[in-house]
Design a protein around this ligand. Structure first.
Ligand code: NAD
Length: 296
């Protein structure tokens, strides 16, 4: 298939691109390189350095994509609170631009990177399934839910993947998201790791290659699915786990961040049942691989 991956120079998008190419697909990447890096770009992919908010009609008309996998986004929760207009312009209007283009140019499937963690808010039930109410604590989370609404009501065939916390090689350690890459980077550089609040908040950490596999399967499936592990790990336990692999590490607690959920893990039984997908990489193994990458 001919597949457009937006955000294909970013962390998750670049792993999806690699896996699609490995599986014989023709891949076109569109990325404005705001947080992405051209070093992540697979050399077999065609590249457009463009913004998803631009008029992209000519590209859609010429390329005739079978599938759009939409990963490009403003991913910083804190910046979405400080500058909600910028967040909505990129995450809502930029996504809507791609949805309208996909309708106009007969794209056969729209696959979207949503966020379980940001959309469900503090879940009433853990692990949290797809039927949980949408209750975002930030404009970023709201933007994910809003785009899902546009997709579901677009008439396009779609597959929405609601990721938990994704980690692994190529995640930007200097960014705001990605506690695992930030901790590893700080430990390797002999710097302190800052823990927001008391560190007992929990997350569901899924390895990036498992997420890429879910996108490959989504080419053939429809619906909306949680993509995570179903396991809860506290930030304190995570710190100790990484410290064990790196061999050193210091921590300091600081104020908690508004808009962050306190506990979450995703119920992934629907993805197991309907996609035949299950996270395969255990956290110990994923941490080891990620530390190896950052050491290089
Ligand atoms: N990382 C996670 O834990 C996580 C969890 C849930 C959902 N997601 C979603 O997965 C997707 C990928 O996230 P990531 O962690 O790889 O982030 P990332 O920042 O590494 O990747 C985003 C990519 O999009 C590009 N981009 C940003 N704004 C753009 C614009 N206006 N036009 C064109 N390109 C633009 C960036 O340059 C970057 O390459 C995002 O939609 C994010 O919301 C991520």
């Amino acid at each position: 298939m001919k597949i457009l991956v937006t955000g294909g120079c970013g962390f998750i998008g670049s792993h999806i691109v690699d896996l699609l190419i490995e599986n014989g697909h023709e891949v076109v990447v569109l990325d404005n390189l705001s947080t992405g890096n051209k070093e992540n770009l697979n050399e077999k992919a065609k590249f457009y350095e463009k913004d998803i908010r631009m008029n992209l009609s000519k590209i859609f008309e010429e390329e005739k994509f079978d599938v759009v996998i939409h990963e490009a986004a403003q991913i910083n929760v804190r910046s979405s609170m400080e500058n909600p207009i910028n967040d909505a312009e990129i995450n809502i209007l930029g996504s809507l631009n791609l949805i309208e283009l996909s309708k106009k140019f007969n794209v056969k499937k729209f696959i979207y990177a949503s966020s379980g963690g940001a959309m469900y808010g503090d879940p009433e039930k853990i692990p949290c399934d797809e039927e949980h109410k949408i209750n975002p604590l930030s404009p970023y989370g709201f933007s994910k839910g809003a785009v899902e609404w546009y997709i579901v009501n677009s008439g396009l065939k779609f597959c929405v993947l609601r990721y938990s916390n994704v980690y692994g090689p190529r995640q930007d350690p200097k960014g705001e998201a990605g506690v695992i890459s930030i901790f590893i980077d700080n430990m390797l550089e002999g710097k302190k790791c800052f823990i927001n609040g008391n560190g007992e908040q929990t997350r569901d950490f899924v390895y990036v290659e498992d997420v890429a596999k879910a996108n490959l399967i989504a080419l053939e499936k429809e619906g909306y699915f949680n993509i995570g592990t179903g396991e809860e790990i506290s930030v304190n336990n995570l710190f100790e786990g990484i410290k064990k692999v790196v061999g050193k590490g210091e921590k300091e607690n600081r104020d908690e961040i508004k808009g962050e959920v306190s506990r979450i893990s995703l119920d992934v039984s629907k993805a197991e049942r309907e996609l035949g997908w299950k996270a395969e990489v255990k956290i110990e193994d994923g941490l080891r691989r990620t530390v190896e990458y950052f050491k290089k």
